[in-house]
Design a binder for this molecule. Structure first.
Ligand SMILES: C[S@@+](CC[C@H](N)C(=O)[O-])C[C@H]1O[C@@H](n2cnc3c(N)ncnc32)[C@H](O)[C@@H]1O
Length: 305
């Protein structure tokens, strides 16, 4: 992620929708003289900056991106109720018994790993980020909740787990030619008939709803983010750039991420080639059927090896 210290670019006319600004900061700002204008100028500035970005390079992952959120204790990242619902959903559809052994690959902030452990399972959570793994080990580490720094390609366990989860489109972060290799590694890590639960973004949803568009969001009541999404149809890749202002110190950051996109049929074929039988599939966490309009591909598959 690149940082730029200043925001001294010329401001443009006020066109912003104020309700899209982070509420805490917006509330502070709007009481200041010209607060709304400042926010609007920031938006104009971000629009200007995004024009200069080239989408020709692929950038798969910046190891430090998620680690940056350690400093504010992951504040504002997750909704506790949604998390509970996701764990309930996974355990309902993957028929694992109590006290099972679970692998959480690309565990991120460890949110699922921690909750699965509290539900009585023994969990090993892995991630590419050294900083995250060190932090999570200090925060939650226990003999029933272990964290290991390990990339997807370094997952080399042998028939240990009853369940492996790979959530929040993490498998989309690796190049397409590594995908089946990683699925095979997950298959070998699972016991026979063990379960794999994956969550990926649905390609057709991205192409229809996001490709070629810009959108505003705010994150963790702290960052105002402008995102621009591109679709590389030849390679079936998403290329998204996020440019944000961090209201804590007014720094500007930009982050370009390439993600491999899959559709349902392709995913089923890839899973089958890596010894998995798809048992259940859903298009969202409400349990709706998969269609072209579904935002996600949620798959519960069983290992035949
Ligand atoms: C979108 S986050 C998802 C985290 C977590 N699964 C969740 O649902 O909260 C993606 C995670 O993938 C990790 N990651 C990215 N590339 C990876 C790789 N090649 N091998 C292992 N982990 C990777 C990142 O460090 C990050 O923690």
């Amino acid at each position: 992620m690149n940082s730029s210290p200043g925001l001294d670019s010329p401001a443009e006319p006020f066109t912003a929708q104020q309700e899209l600004c982070p509420p805490i900061y917006y509330n502070q700002m709007k009481n200041q003289k010209d607060g709304a204008k400042i926010i609007s100028s920031l938006k104009a500035f971000l629009h200007q900056r995004i024009e200069d970005i080239s989408f020709t390079d692929n950038m798969y992952y910046d190891e430090d991106f998620f680690a940056k959120s350690i400093e504010n204790n992951f504040a504002g990242w997750y909704d506790a109720d949604a998390l509970k619902q996701q764990i309930g959903f996974i355990l309902q559809h993957c028929k694992v018994t109590p006290n099972s052994k679970v692998l959480d690959a690309a565990c991120g902030h460890g949110r699922h790993a921690e909750l699965l452990c509290r539900r009585g399972h023994e969990v090993l959570a892995t991630d590419i980020s050294d900083q995250l793994i060190t932090h999570l080990t200090e925060k939650y580490g226990d003999k029933r909740l272990l964290f290991e720094k390990r990339t997807f390609m370094e997952i080399n366990y042998s028939q240990i787990f009853d369940l492996a989860i790979v959530l929040a489109n993490s498998l989309g972060l690796i190049p397409r030619d590594e995908f089946v290799i990683v699925l095979n590694k997950l298959s070998r890590s699972l016991k026979k008939d063990g379960w794999l639960f994956v969550e990926l973004d649905n390609r057709s949803h991205f192409v229809k709803n996001e490709a070629g568009k810009r959108s505003w969001s705010y994150h963790a009541d702290r960052w105002l983010v402008l995102s621009e999404h591109h679709y590389d149809s030849e390679n079936r890749l998403e290329k998204t750039v996020d440019i944000s202002v961090d209201f804590a110190d007014m720094s500007v950051n930009q982050f370009l991420l390439t993600k491999s996109l899959y559709d349902y049929n392709e995913l089923c074929n890839l899973l089958a080639s890596a010894n998995f039988i798809v048992r259940k599939s859903f298009g969202d966490w409400e349990g709706n059927e998969i269609s072209e309009a579904s935002p996600s591909l949620l798959i519960a598959a069983q290992n035949r090896l």
